[in-house]
Every structure is written in C-alpha cells, then in structure tokens.
Write a protein that binds this ligand. Structure first.
Ligand SMILES: [Fe+2]
Length: 454
C-alpha cells in the first residue's frame, strides 16, 4: 500500500518517514510539496490508500487539495495534520465533521496518536478491499474488455472484475465509483490485459465509449491533431472489440466513417509521414495503433499518387481499420508473414487464427454498406510481390494498385512496431520495404510513399 503526504516543510519529511518505517514497514510513503505535484502523483504513481495533507501549507488551500483528491481518485481517507488554529481556519468542517472516513490530527501529537489515526484510515481501505473479495462467476456470463478502454472513463456504471482463474474473479472497479488513471496503470503494469464485465453491461460500455470517441472526432476541425489521433486509436480499439461481439451496426458504421474522415484532415496539417511520426501517440504498437498509422500511410500514398478521392479514402480507410481486427492475441499483429519464425511461439489455435485473419476480416468488411472492394484489399494484405505471401499466393501483377498501396502500408506499420521508439526507425523500415517491394504494381505507390514520408 502507498500513502501520499502533501507537506511543504521538507525538514519534516524525515520525521514522518521514520514514523512510517517504524510502525508500518509495508507502507510506501510519497511526499509532495504542492497540489500540482500531488495530483500528478495521484494520476500516475498511485493508487494511494491514504492521503495526508498538512493544514499549514503555504500558498495552497488544504481543503482544495482534498476536493481534488476525491475528484481524481474517488472516495478515500484523507488525514489533515496541523495546529488547532490551522485546522479550524483552513479545513472546511464538512471535510472531517460529517465525514466518516477523513481524520484530523492536531499538533503537537504523540507518535502513538499519529499511528492510531493512520491506522483508522488504512482500516477503511482494508474493509473496502475485503468487500472486493474473490467471487465465483460463470465464465459464459462475462466478456473480457481490453484494459485500455478504461482510460476513456473515470467511473463506469457497472462492476468490473479481474480474472484470477477460469471461474474465480475479484471485483476491481465498483459501480459508479471514481477511479484514477493510476489505478488502471497499476493493473497494466502487472501485465493484466483485460478486465471482465457482465455481457450486456460490456456492450453498453462499448457503446458509451463509441459515443465519446465520435463526439471528439466530430470536432475534427477544432481539435488538435494529437487529440484526434489519440481518439482515432481509441475508436479502432472499440471497433475491434465491438465487431467481434456485436457485428456491424449503425453506431459502428458512424464511428468508422468519423475515423476515416479525420485521417485526411489530420494528414493535411503534417504533409509528411516523418513529421506526423513525431506526434503520433505510439504506446503499445498494438493492432489499434498500427491500424491508425496504416491509414496515414495510405492517405500519404493516395496524396502522392494524386488519387485522393473520397472513394479511395473510404476503401483504404475501412481496410486500415479492419485488416487485423480478428486477431484476438495482440502479439500476432507483430508477425510479418506465415514463414516468420516467431509464429511458432504461438499456440496451434493462434497459428490457425493468424492464417485465417485476412479472410475473416474481409467477411466483416462485406457487411458495411457504401464501401466497395474493401474485402479484396483486406484479404490480400499479406500477399507479397513474388507470390510467397498468403492466403492466395498472388504475384504483384495480380494485385491492383490499391491493394499494393495497402500491402506496403501494413508491411510498414508491422515493421515499425518491431522497432518501437528507435531513432530514425522509419528510415530503416522504408529501406527494408524498398528492397522487398520495388517491383511491378508496387513501384508507383512505393515512389509515392518515399516522396510523402521524407
Ligand atoms: Fe494481418
């Protein structure tokens, strides 16, 4: 457990640190000098079980800090420490008089008073954790949701569970209880990729997420490119989950069309892939991030070739969103081809899933109205110029120019995902692509990619 202590008397830190070390050896204490630093820590270094605020803070209102804590991290115990005069003049009485979980400690105090007050706060947290104890759920009643979705919200109207075994779960987010980004980060850091919701609630949450992303993307002419690219990634993440559990609906079609329309507007503000890459919010290099980046490479090629019509944009835009949508194991999105030796590290089922994913995604594309030939483009995204790709081993003269452009874009994104964050990685990737694809119908889009990348 962690405790956050907001105190601008740095000389006192050691005294408190020793009090904790001597009485609560398993508690980690983080100190903040001011509100701004405290809120940063709450957001990114938490979760914190208890927050302690010095009532004599200079230049800050201790009550404001308490309000901000609840705003960010939800209800949790806050302890105010200070002389009587500071407690009575600077802490709003409702923060401790009518509040069962907050505590005050008046200076001067004895170490045992400090220990007892801290203990009270921690007891509340332990009780909360006890309520979250392990329960048995029928696996067929719940669905896994990627953990990244929870960054879209700060509370959800449903209970959210973490899987312990195939039947045992523990509640990690309570209904309508606020949580912070740090709470989610803490799970992500433990390698947890998904949390579980009851089926109908899972669908409602996806739909709420779709509404949120559509709302941001509709402001494409006002929002910054960075915000729009991040929203596109969140949108694709939602598409990939929604399409597998529900299929193609009106709200999904609207989300896809907003994602596609945003690409050309954002690309216009960069003009080159190299400059766009500096701002592109790559983080996990997963299917959603690769999909959005692929759509920018397609847009770049379409502009470079002078083919940037609405029809072409829709074709390659939808293909970009869907091509790897049927991969359930994210790590398969980093496999380059069927003969990639890393594929052998996956289970037999996953290897079959990989072989089948272009065809399954193409089937999904056919269900969208108002988009033509997207299924052909998707099914061909792993074909290669010499006919050693899959599933149909087509050679470059059998592939349309749109397909060739799309194959180049997906090959680029996958390779980039294998060199995360390296300086000049786009240059390395481009060189590799050029040696493999500079033939037949690939030549023209490759030239266009070169012109619009650098
Ligand atoms: Fe793929």
């Amino acid at each position: 457990m962690k405790v956050l202590f907001v105190c601008d008397e740095k000389d006192d830190w050691n005294y408190y640190r020793n009090l904790f070390a001597g009485n609560f050896s398993k508690i980690e204490v983080a100190f903040s000098l001011d509100k701004e630093d405290a809120l940063d820590k709450l957001n990114f270094e938490g979760p914190f079980a208890l927050i302690i605020v010095d009532a004599s803070l200079k230049g800050e209102e201790p009550s404001d800090i308490a309000d901000a804590v609840v705003e960010i991290a939800g209800e949790r115990p806050i302890m105010f420490i200070g002389e009587k005069i500071h407690i009575s003049s600077r802490i709003r009485p409702n923060l401790y008089e009518d509040n069962d979980i907050n505590e005050i400690l008046i200076k001067p105090f004895q170490p045992e008073d400090f220990v007892a007050t801290v203990q009270k706060g921690l007891e509340w947290v332990r009780q909360e954790e006890f309520e979250q104890s392990i329960i048995e759920l029928d696996r067929s009643e719940v669905l896994p949701m990627r953990i990244r979705n929870f960054y879209l919200f700060d509370k959800v109207p449903y209970e959210v569970y973490l899987e312990l075994t195939s039947t045992k779960f523990v509640k990690v987010l309570g209904k309508n209880k606020k949580y912070s980004q740090a709470d989610i980060n803490a799970y992500a850091k433990r390698g947890i990729k998904q949390l579980y919701l009851f089926k109908n609630e899972y669908l409602k949450l996806l739909e709420e997420g779709i509404k949120k992303v559509v709302f941001v993307l509709k402001q494409k002419n006002k929002q910054s490119p960075k915000v729009l690219m991040a929203a596109q990634i969140k949108g694709v993440l939602l598409v990939h989950q929604y399409i597998k559990s529900v299929g193609v609906t009106k709200s999904l079609t609207e989300l896809c069309s907003e994602i596609i329309e945003t690409t050309s507007i954002v690309f216009r503000s960069y003009q080159k892939i190299k400059t766009l890459l500096n701002d592109f919010p790559f983080n996990q290099y997963d299917t959603a991030e690769q999909a959005v980046f692929t759509s920018y490479l397609c847009e770049a090629m379409l502009c470079g070739l002078g083919w940037a019509s609405d029809t072409s944009r829709k074709k390659l835009g939808l293909a970009s969103i869907l091509y790897d949508s049927m991969l359930t194991n994210e790590d398969l999105a980093k496999i380059k081809a069927l003969d990639d030796r890393n594929l052998l590290m996956f289970t037999e089922d996953e290897q079959i899933e990989y072989k089948e994913h272009p065809r399954l995604a193409a089937e999904m594309a056919r269900q969208f109205q108002g988009y033509s030939d997207v299924d052909f483009i998707i099914v061909q995204h792993h074909e290669r110029p010499k006919g050693d790709g899959f599933p149909n081993r087509l050679t470059s003269n059998k592939l349309t120019a749109h397909s060739c452009a799309f194959i180049l874009a997906t090959a680029f994104s996958t390779r980039l995902a294998l060199l995360p964050g390296e300086q000049g990685n786009h240059l390395k990737v481009f060189r590799e692509i050029k040696t493999l694809y500079n033939v037949g119908n690939f030549k023209e889009p490759l030239d266009a990619l070169q012109r619009t990348t650098f």
